[in-house]
Design a protein around this ligand. Structure first.
Ligand code: NAP
Ligand code: G4F
Length: 323
């Protein structure tokens, strides 16, 4: 029997990688997309003939119930969210509606339609905020530092609560930052690699960034979507930290990216206070020992290879654009 998977947030970075991975595993893949005046399917363009897209919105309970009824998925991956931290300071209520209450709407749809559907919730290392210990594990207490982080804490606990209350097979993946050539250009890694390509090709001179000292545990999105699938295919539902266990600064990321094209980052990067946040998460570093032990998951792409992969992809893309 062909297994059906439903992905909310399929047009995002992780949705695109997950859809591709699930096809390779033989799944019939369905994606939830919200209505927009213009299509936003660039990341899944190459999958358009394989994936079945359905309109629904995290804000609209009935649309999610109808979607789950129609698709009858075996597995549901809830990746949709307002995922950009600075926007969450500007639009905290909308962020709560999407990123926090949206999770309850998805869980309610599953509880109403079919409790045997397995659910993955996209939780985040941003929940650790001001870190209480290092490295962070599944038992490290949360202290979120942004409305986005607060909303994700709600999403995490409501997922745990539905598992405990209704016996749903619901897993929360506490994923640390993961990047790729498909990353949105507003996130710092892609902002850097896009700028490196444009500066190298003479289209831009300066790159304005915020806190260069911030430390993140950056992995490759392709590795991380595999972990999501492993969680839903394990015997028992549980929560897992997914991380590389290494941390690097924004400065270091920029240094490697500029070096890769023979440039010195100090000649091009300027600090712009506009990109500082009202409250910052200064450091994150995860311990994925549980995922290694129980799921057999491990990251495959190193930090240096990730930076180089992203710079190369942006160089190729920008060159094509100016040809
Ligand atoms: P992303 O690229 O920002 O994608 C977010 C997706 O959510 C998009 O497909 C977006 O659709 C959809 N969406 C937003 N609001 C919606 C709504 N009201 N109804 C339906 N769909 C909606 O995010 P990502 O990097 O792939 O991350 C996937 C998930 O993992 C998110 O929940 C994120 O918070 C979480 N996460 C990410 C990371 C990371 O480092 N990438 C780490 C931890 C957790 P549109 O295309 O229409 O905007
Ligand atoms: O790339 P970022 O915007 O990612 P952030 O805030 O860590 O959030 C990402 O990872 C979370 C997992 O921990 C996800 F849940 C979330 O959805 C998202 O995917 O910023 C990374 C760091 C921050 O400390 C920020 O202050 O980079 C610093 N930074 C410095 N200059 C900048 C900039 N961030 C951005 N976006 N733009 C800058 O110019």
């Amino acid at each position: 029997m062909t297994k059906r998977a439903l992905i909310t947030g399929i047009t995002g970075q992780d949705g695109a990688y997950l859809a591709e991975f699930l096809f390779e595993q033989g799944y019939q893949v369905h994606g939830m997309v919200r209505r927009s005046s213009s299509e936003n399917f660039e990341r899944i363009q190459h999958l358009r003939d394989k994936v079945q897209l359905h309109q629904a919105d995290l804000l609209d309970q009935l649309s999610i119930v109808r979607l789950v009824e129609e698709v009858q998925p075996h597995h549901l991956y809830n990746l949709a969210a307002q995922s950009f931290v600075p926007t969450s300071f500007e639009q905290p209520l909308l962020t709560a509606e999407f990123t926090a209450l949206g999770v309850t709407r998805v869980l309610e749809a599953v509880r109403t339609v079919d409790r045997s559907i397995r659910v993955y919730q996209a939780s985040s290392s941003e929940m650790f905020g001001t870190v209480r210990e290092e490295p962070q594990t599944e038992t490290t207490p949360f202290w979120p530092r942004s409305p986005y982080g607060v909303a994700k804490v709600y999403g995490h606990w409501i997922t745990v609560n539905y598992r405990e209350s209704y016996d749903l097979f619901a897993c929360s993946g506490i994923l640390f930052n993961h990047e790729s050539p498909l990353r949105g250009k507003e996130f710092v890694t892609r902002k850097i690699t896009d700028a490196v390509a444009r500066i190298k090709l003479g289209l831009q001179q300066k790159l304005r960034l915020g806190n260069l000292d911030a430390l993140r545990d950056w992995g490759f999105a392709g590795d991380y979507v595999r972990a999501m699938w492993m969680m839903l295919n394990h015997d028992v539902p549980d929560d897992y930290v997914i991380a590389t266990g290494e941390k690097h600064s924004v400065r270091e990321f920029a240094d490697i990216a500029f070096q890769h094209v023979g440039l010195n980052w100090e000649d091009h990067v300027e600090v712009d206070p506009r990109y500082l946040r009202p409250a910052e998460v200064t450091t994150l570093c995860g311990d994925c020992a549980k995922a290694r032990r129980v799921l057999g998951w491990a990251p495959e792409v190193s930090f240096h290879d990730l930076v180089r992969m992203m710079v190369e992809a942006d160089l190729t893309r920008v060159k094509k654009e100016i040809e």
